[in-house]
Design a protein around this ligand. Structure first.
Ligand code: GDP
Ligand code: IMO
Ligand code: MG
Length: 421
């Protein structure tokens, strides 16, 4: 059996798209199992630069089949737009993208409620992507969701939608929003279904037969460990589980079949949206400018800060990660001094990530170790031994602090920019 999970160890945007693209060519199936179109996974290859939200990042390898598991929620308009742009780039999708009928559909009221709840939370807002993710997962667990399978029976779909519009309009009106029209949404979504229908198929036999025949599966997590609703910085989290364990229910694959778990970790830390981030660089400085980024999904600024080994160590433990894929080492090339957070103190006492809630995590004092920068462009380097000694020392310090090996170091966004150890 060969099932590998690739997951983010921080707050998302670690470079999972790039890591998956590095390995995908060796696999038969790449599958998404959690999240939705809040994800934005960037892939830079010979076809161009793609920011994909729903289609698994293996789509660029013709022999790979891409599965979207029942644990994923999706906005059909985003999916259709994404599939259209992939088709225009010459990527064949028919019989290659397979969507579980169990996956829940993001409806217009989910997006509206996402915005209204965020506005109501005011200064305590989560900073969601406003894609309707939380309300869709909330409907799933409160038995109000609409799945692709419901669309197959047009009367059933209409009944379910009518009830939801009635219920949601009451909430929307109470919160000051404008009510939605059943017929308009009905017709719009029937139109989406007509386009997506050829791609919908129960994935269970595919996964079971694939496992039996020894096919290779790569499972692509979205978001990052610390956005998990249970183990992340609640309530500044996302609506679905982001741990390795999510792959089993989100795709329907037995835990025993998983043979390898790779964690993708950025060589520093970023976070987009609200919530605590102990190593954030808040004061205006060249370091702040160098480490902040622009988000792939929403175009917002990702807050930047130093590498947090306490956080990544937690991610390694909670998901049982075997090896790390370190990304964006090249971004640190301009620094004279680079800091690594080795632990936290709260009111003078050492605490671990798991000891504190989000409000306490916001007040912890990071304990830093300083390393000297290498001050050299490392982007073209393809062999570990050719990296400057100080860059290697940085990589090896992270390994020691986090407790597992870094198997790959990425030093550029493009496909070739990976150093295998
Ligand atoms: P994901 O959500 O985890 O897939 O990550 P994103 O795609 O949202 O964000 C990662 C960003 O970093 C993208 O713009 C990637 O192209 C870029 N990237 C990934 N690895 C590297 C790297 O090693 N160096 C540089 N400079 N950019 C990288
Ligand atoms: P990828 O897969 C970074 C964050 C949002 C917000 C919180 C809740 O590209 O790494 P949501 O819309 O999910 O209800 O927002 O989660 N968030 C992400 N941050 N990368 C992501 O995905 C994210 N998906 C959600 O910014 O703070
Ligand atoms: Mg992203």
């Amino acid at each position: 059996m060969s099932v590998t999970i690739i997951l983010g160890t921080q707050w998302g945007d670690e470079g999972k798209g790039k890591a998956i693209d590095t390995f995908a060519g060796d696999f038969d199936y790449i599958a998404r199992f959690n999240g939705g179109n809040n994800a934005g996974h960037t892939i830079v290859n010979e076809h161009g630069t793609f920011r994909i939200h729903l289609v698994p990042s293996g789509i660029f390898y013709p022999r790979v089949k891409c599965l979207i598991g029942g644990g994923v929620v999706m906005d059909p308009a985003v999916l259709i737009e994404e599939m259209d742009s992939l088709s225009q780039a010459g990527i064949k999708l028919e019989k290659r993208v397979l969507i579980s009928p169990r996956s829940h559909v993001i409806m217009p009221y989910h997006r509206i409620l996402d915005g209204l709840y965020e506005a109501a939370r005011g200064a305590g807002a989560t900073g969601t992507t406003r894609r309707g993710i939380g309300p869709t997962f909330a409907d799933k667990v409160s038995y109000n969701g609409i799945r692709w399978s419901d669309f197959a029976d047009s009367d059933l779909f209409a009944r379910k939608l009518r009830l939801q519009i009635e219920l949601k309009n009451k909430i929307i009106i109470a919160l000051g929003g404008s009510p939605l029209d059943f017929q308009q949404i009905h017709d719009e979504y029937r139109g989406y279904y007509a386009k997506i229908r050829p791609f919908i198929m129960e994935l269970f036999p595919i996964v079971q037969n694939g496992l039996k025949k020894g096919k290779k599966f790569l499972l692509e997590q979205a978001m990052g460990t610390c956005l998990d609703p249970d183990w992340g910085t609640y309530p500044f989290v996302t609506g679905s589980t982001t741990l390795a364990s999510a792959a089993t229910s989100g795709l329907g694959i037995p835990p025993r079949s998983i043979s390898r778990i790779i964690g993708v970790t950025k060589a520093y830390t970023t976070r987009v949206g609200g919530g605590p981030m102990p190593t954030e660089i808040k004061e205006d400085s060249p370091a702040k400018n160098a480490l902040q980024e622009v988000a792939a999904t929403t175009g917002r600024i990702r807050r930047g800060g130093w590498f947090d080994a306490e956080l990544t160590h937690f991610a390694v433990q909670v998901s049982g990660i075997d090896q790390l894929f370190l990304t964006k080492l090249d971004i640190l090339s301009e620094f004279d001094e680079i800091k690594i957070c080795t632990g936290y103190k709260l009111n003078g006492k050492s605490v671990h990530y798991c000891d504190v809630d989000s409000y306490q995590l916001d007040r912890v004092e990071p304990i830093y170790k300083s390393l000297r920068g290498w001050k050299e462009d490392i982007r073209g380097i393809r062999k570990y031994k050719d990296l400057p000694a100080r860059a290697r020392a940085y990589v090896e310090t992270i390994e020691k602090l986090v407790g597992i090996k870094i198997g790959w170091v990425a030093n550029g966004p493009e496909r070739e920019a990976v150093i295998k150890r």
